[in-house]
Design a protein around this ligand. Sequence first.
Ligand SMILES: NC(=O)c1ccc[n+]([C@@H]2O[C@H](COP(=O)([O-])OP(=O)(O)OC[C@H]3O[C@@H](n4cnc5c(N)ncnc54)[C@H](O)[C@@H]3O)[C@@H](O)[C@H]2O)c1
Length: 303
Amino acid sequence: MIKSCVIGLSKIGQIHCSNLKKIKNTSLNYVYDKDFTLRNKTAKKFKCKTSNSFEEILRNKEVKLFIIASPTTTHEYYLDKLIKYKKMIYCEKPISLNASKLDVLVRRIKSNRIKICIGLNRRFSDAYIKMKKLINSKNVKIIQIISRSSNANVKQSVRNGGLFMDKGFHFFDLACWFANSFPNKIITIANPLSTKEFLKNNDYSDAVVNMKFKNKVIVEYIFSRNSRLGHEESVKLFGNGFKIDSDKFFKKSIIYKNFDIKHKESYFRCLKKFVYLNKNLLLNEGIQTQKICDEVLKSARLN
Ligand SMILES: NC(=O)c1ccc[n+]([C@@H]2O[C@H](COP(=O)([O-])OP(=O)(O)OC[C@H]3O[C@@H](n4cnc5c(N)ncnc54)[C@H](O)[C@@H]3O)[C@@H](O)[C@H]2O)c1
């Protein structure tokens, strides 16, 4: 049994808590959040322990697996500690806010033989798995991705690295996965589309991103922190004589629901695969996507 702890107990942390309880060879032993009330309430809910001191949990040699689900601004701090104590790590995307520090971080992960997974769970979503299978023998030429959210909060976006790190991350990764390639040209328009509230906080609320991939696939993204319909997420794949639309693979009743409902099964599958695998999962993809985010941001500032 792999004894575990979840750090950061908002919606995403709570999903991981319940999944750790469902996987046969993991147990949820600790939860930790900087918010005293939330960590105590969550410990009660999941019948596990908590502590006022994260160091105390860290020093417990029996607790092997840690899930980092706290804001992205805190990832580097926790990664540093967990590597020092040679723990097994599932880190929510993105790895950190600072792509320039990634190389050093990855060297430490490798030299300390840390087993790590980056939570690119969209690859485990039913709809996207079906779409990936359908294009197995097909040539995708254009990919269109739309992600609009309702009730977005500027502070939360900033804590998680801004529009591209927070929202774009999964979709940049999905595009690489569907296209089987990486972008070599990126054009981003964000400033003229964004609201003052986000611009004042050095972030963007809206953006249109165009990418040309090394294998000539063209990808168009529309991101927005506003949506009257609810949460909108759609991926369309086009090629000669075919169009595959992700909307067809979701039940109508959940089309405008948030990620925790629309991709519910993907969190469980990604974590389970990592737990049973004896090597890293999606680390290189996480690094690659982080570099793409950096380039998109540079291009947004330029245009
Ligand atoms: N894979 C996905 O689909 C998905 C979805 C949502 C969020 N995320 C990622 O999960 C992470 C958390 O995002 P969020 O929107 O829930 O963040 P958030 O800002 O809502 O905070 C999450 C929780 O962390 C706690 N927290 C804050 N600082 C902390 C600290 N120093 N130590 C411990 N706990 C602390 C907060 O009290 C809160 O309960 C981010 O990295 C985000 O990118 C991934």
